[in-house]
Design a protein around this ligand. Structure first.
Ligand code: PGA
Length: 266
C-alpha cells in the first residue's frame, strides 16, 4: 500500500467523533474556493475536539486544496474515482493520482453517479477497492428512491447496495470505509428524512456492518440529503448517525461551519 502524506488524515471510527463532509458537486472556481476554504480554516470550530470535517471537490481543485489546506485540520477528497488504475481509459482519474494530491477521501456510488452514469453495485465495489488500495477512505453512498421507499423496499435496496461493497472486502478493509445513507428523494430537494427515518435505516446499515465484524460496525455512517444548520443537531443526535454528507449547504462557509458545530459533542 502506498503511504500518502495527507493534509489532514481521515477520521478513523465513530468513537473519534462526528464526521462532516462537504460534497461540492459541480461547483467552484479558483477564486471562490479560495474564499470558502479561507473562511473554513479561519474558524475555531474545525479544530474543536470531537468533530472532523472534509470537503470533496472537483478533480482540478485538488491541487488548490493541497496548497491551501497544507497543515490544516480540514481534510479533502474527490467525488468519484475510476474503477481502473491505468490504461486506455480516456477521461478517467485513478485513485493513486488523487492520493498524490494529499486527498484523504473519495466519494463512491453517489446516487447522481448511479443515475446519470449508470454505475452498478459492482462498479461501486470496484471503485471502493481502488480507493482503499490507494490508502484513502472511500465514502460509500447508498440510498433508495422515492418509489422504492413508497413500495416498502428501502431496506432491501440499501442492503443490496452495501453488501455488494462489503462482499468485495476483507473485514480489515471494510473497517476503513465510511458509509453515507442518502435517500435519493432528500438530495437537493429541501425534503430531509426525519431523524427517526434516518435512524431506522442507519440502525439497519449498522447491523449489516456488524455482520462483517465489530471493527466494521465502528465505521462512520453519515446521513446526507438536505442537511442544513437548522436540522443538523436533531439528525446528529440519533445514536447511529455519525455525521453528515452535505451538498448545497457546504457551499456557504457559514452554513457548513454551523453544521460542523452541530456535530460537536453535547
Ligand atoms: P444536498 O446534497 O445536501 O444538497 O441535499 C447531499 C448530497 O448529494 O451529497
Amino acid at each position: 500500500m502506498t503511504t500518502v502524506v495527507t493534509a489532514a488524515t481521515a477520521a478513523t471510527g465513530r468513537t473519534a467523533g462526528k464526521l462532516v463532509v462537504g460534497n461540492w458537486k459541480l461547483h467552484g472556481s479558483l477564486a471562490g474556493n479560495q474564499a470558502l476554504l479561507g473562511a473554513l480554516i479561519a474558524s475555531p470550530v474545525l479544530s474543536a475536539k470531537g468533530v472532523h470535517a472534509a470537503v470533496c471537490v472537483p478533480f482540478p481543485y485538488l491541487a488548490q486544496c493541497q496548497q491551501v489546506l497544507a497543515g490544516q485540520v480540514l481534510a479533502y477528497g474527490a467525488q468519484d474515482v475510476s474503477a481502473e488504475t491505468k490504461g486506455a481509459f480516456t477521461g478517467e482519474v485513478a485513485a493513486p493520482m488523487i492520493a498524490e494530491f494529499g486527498a484523504a477521501y473519495a466519494i463512491v456510488g453517489h446516487s447522481e453517479r448511479r443515475t446519470y452514469h449508470a454505475e452498478s453495485d459492482a462498479t461501486v465495489a470496484a471503485k471502493t477497492l481502488r480507493v482503499l488500495d490507494a490508502g484513502m477512505t472511500p465514502i460509500v453512498c447508498v440510498g433508495e428512491t422515492l418509489a422504492e421507499r413508497e413500495s416498502g423496499d428501502t431496506n432491501a435496496v440499501v442492503t443490496r447496495q452495501l453488501n455488494a461493497v462489503l462482499d468485495a472486502l476483507t473485514a480489515e478493509l471494510a473497517a476503513r470505509i465510511v458509509v453515507a445513507y442518502e435517500p435519493v428523494w432528500a438530495i437537493g430537494t429541501g425534503r430531509t428524512a426525519t431523524s427517526a427515518q434516518a435512524q431506522e435505516v442507519h440502525a439497519h446499515l449498522r447491523a449489516l456492518l456488524r455482520a462483517k465484524g465489530e471493527a466494521v460496525a465502528a465505521v462512520h455512517v453519515l446521513y446526507g440529503g438536505s442537511v442544513k444548520p437548522d436540522n443538523a443537531v436533531e439528525l446528529f443526535s440519533m445514536p447511529d448517525v455519525d455525521g453528515g454528507l452535505i451538498g448545497g449547504a457546504a457551499l456557504k462557509a457559514e452554513d457548513f461551519l454551523a453544521i460542523c458545530e452541530a456535530g460537536l459533542p453535547r
